[in-house]
Each structure stands twice: as C-alpha cells, then as structure tokens.
Design a protein around this ligand. Structure first.
Ligand code: FAQ
Length: 317
C-alpha cells in the first residue's frame, strides 16, 4: 500500500472511530464498499424472499382483520427490499445486477426463509420470532457507519415492531383458544425456534466477517451477542404464552444474568445456506417467475420514461 492510500485509510478509520457516518460520495476502502454491497443486498433479498412464506397464507387468513394485517406486513417487506436495494445502489451496483445475483442463486439471503410455512400458527411464529430476531439485529444497524443503510434501517425498524406485535398477538389468540389451537402454536414454536437462532449467523469464532465489520462499525454487536439477547428477551414471552421452548438445556444462569441454551445444529444451518434446505429451490423458482412475469411492467416503465424525456426535449426545442 502506498503512503497516500495509507493516509486515506487512517483518516477513514479515524472518522469511523469518531462516530461519523460515511456517505455515498465519501472516500472509502474498496473492501468497505464491497462488504456493504454484500450485506445490504443479502438483506434486501431476504426481505423480498421473506414475502413468500407469508404470501402463502394471505388467501387463507382466518378473518378479514387477519388478512388485512398480513397483507400490510408483506407489502412492508417489499418496501424494505426497495429501500435496501436503493441503499446498495449508492455504492455503485445496479438494481439489475443485484436481481441477477439473486435469481441466478449467486447471492445469499437469510436461511430462515427456506423453511416452509405449514399452518396458520406459522404466521404467528414468523412475526413473533423471525421479526423479533430481525429487530434485534436491525436496531443495531440503525447505528451502522454507512449513512444510507443506517437511515433505511430507522424506518424499517419502526415497521418491524408492528410485525412482531401482530405475530405475537396471533400466538396469544391461539394460546387462549382451544386445545388444538394451542397445540398448533406449540408446533409452530417447535419448528421455528432453532432456525430463528440460526438467523444471527455462525458462532463468533466461525464468522469470517465479524472482526473487520466491528472495526468499521458495520456491526456494533457480534452474532453471539445478538443471539443471546434474542433468547433472553424471548423466553419470558414464551412463558407468558404458556408455551415451551424446544430446548431441554435452556436454563437461567444467575452468574451470567442470561439463559444458557443447548447446541445449535450448525450442519443444518450450512446445509440450508448452501442451497439444500427444504424450500431453497422453490423460493428461487418463485423469484425467477416473478422476474419474468414482471418484464412487461419494467418495459412499460422504461417506455414511459423515454416518452417523457422526448416530450421535454421537443418542448425545449
Ligand atoms: N442465512 O461472517 P458472518 C428479516 C452467511 S431480514 C444465510 O457472520 P456477516 C425481515 C454470511 O452472509 C433477515 N447466510 O457474516 C423479515 C457469510 O457469507 P458470505 C436478514 C448467512 O455478514 C422478517 C457467512 O455466512 N437480515 O428477517 C446467515 O458478518 C419476516 C459468514 O457469516 C439481514 O440480512 C443466515 N442467517 O453476518 C422479512 C441483516 N448468517 O456473504 C420477512 C443484515 C450468516 O461471506 C419476514 N445482515 N450467513 O458468502 C447482517 O447483519 C449480517 O450479514 C449477518 C451475518 C448477521 C446476517
């Protein structure tokens, strides 16, 4: 590295250490830019693919009220995808490139969305657990060092907290219902608990990106810290529902002031991340079909923009 680049890097790190936000036009190390494109686009893809397990239940929601809330939630997720794709574009990658990476299977998205949504109670469990986990991760990201990402996260977090509450309220209703309804809620918790813990990513010692991302304040907390925070917050919520967390090793540890928990099946996690989960193929197929079926909308939008530009030119002339 020559002296000029070394100075730039030192100045950059000093700005981060001083708590300044980095903006799109500021100088940044290439690796900082690439890390953000990776993380923000994975996040955007997760929001968009994350619409699918819930989309599966919109037509079968048990009442109009439930249907309206679920529709609004799924629409919010599309919106989150859009803010995040826009934030990624500020780093010099196009929307088309991002979509190509998702549709071809090159890009990652959150492992959690490769699990099937089998019953209505899964809508409760997804809101309560998956959005609950997402909020813990995303509140941290409102303080991330890249300005456009941090600002997108502020709005996203507000909406996520509504999502979490609508999920918890579904669980509460089921748990106060018939025995069969409560059993359905327990079954959903059993299936979504461990995948929700996996959402936070690999253990710190197996996470290649954490150290550098902490230094650049992209991450403010490690994967394990956030996972523990989620467990400590969620166990009392399960108690309130009268449900049992499916972990026989779960136990309050007075000394640590936290819950101890059982081993996570990391083989299952990596298997899903590598594309071999229950729904990976189905999810990619759905995204590719949506892309192909949406071509006429993209073409019409481009044609309209061209027409408007032509009109402007002829008026100016
Ligand atoms: N799934 O070194 P680390 C939501 C990959 S939004 C798949 O720890 P990093 C809202 C990781 O990419 C949910 N892959 O990586 C909603 C890396 O691979 P790479 C999404 C995972 O980036 C709710 C490798 O493992 N949220 O749910 C996963 O420092 C309901 C090594 O990992 C975000 O994306 C995983 N779970 O930390 C929507 C938040 N975990 O890229 C609909 C932003 C790790 O080298 C319905 N992202 N990997 O090939 C982050 O905070 C971070 O990227 C982490 C991972 C924490 C996810």
């Amino acid at each position: 590295m020559d002296n000029k680049s070394r100075n730039l890097e030192e100045e950059f790190q000093a700005r981060i250490d001083a708590g300044e936000n980095i903006e799109a036009k500021d100088w940044m190390p290439e690796k900082y830019r690439k890390t953000h494109i990776r993380q923000i686009s994975q996040h955007a893809h997760s929001e968009v693919v994350g619409m699918l397990p819930e989309g599966n239940w919109i037509t079968r929601a048990p009442s109009l009220r439930r249907k309206v809330a679920l529709l609004a939630k799924v629409q919010d997720e599309a919106g989150h995808g859009l803010y995040l794709y826009s934030a990624a574009e500020t780093l010099g990658i196009s929307r088309d490139e991002l979509m190509e990476q998702l549709n071809s299977g090159k890009a990652k998205y959150s492992s959690i969305f490769n699990y099937p949504s089998l019953t209505w109670a899964d809508m409760g469990a997804i809101g309560w657990l998956v959005d609950g986990a997402a909020i813990i991760n995303q509140v941290m990201l409102t303080k991330t060092s890249y300005g456009p990402y941090a600002r997108a996260m502020v709005r996203i977090c507000k909406e996520e907290s509504f999502h979490q509450r609508q999920g918890y309220e579904i669980m509460l209703t089921l748990c106060n219902g018939t025995e069969a309804q409560k059993a359905m809620a327990q079954d959903a918790l059993n299936r979504w608990w461990w995948p929700s813990l996996m959402m936070f990513g690999p253990r710190d010692e197996e996470s290649p990106h954490t150290e550098q991302s902490m230094k650049w304040k992209i991450k403010r907390k490690t994967n394990d810290e956030l996972r523990q925070q989620f467990i400590d917050q969620t166990v009392p919520q399960a108690d309130l529902l009268g449900l049992t967390i499916p972990d026989k090793d779960l136990k309050w540890n007075d000394e640590r002031g936290s819950y101890d928990f059982g081993p996570i099946d990391w083989e299952e996690f990596w298997n899903v991340v590598k594309g071999n989960g229950l729904c990976n193929r189905k999810r990619l197929k759905a995204r590719n079909e949506a892309w192909d079926n949406g071509k006429w909308v993209r073409d019409a939008a481009v044609a309209y923009a061209e027409k408007q530009a032509e009109r402007k030119v002829s008026k100016a002339g």
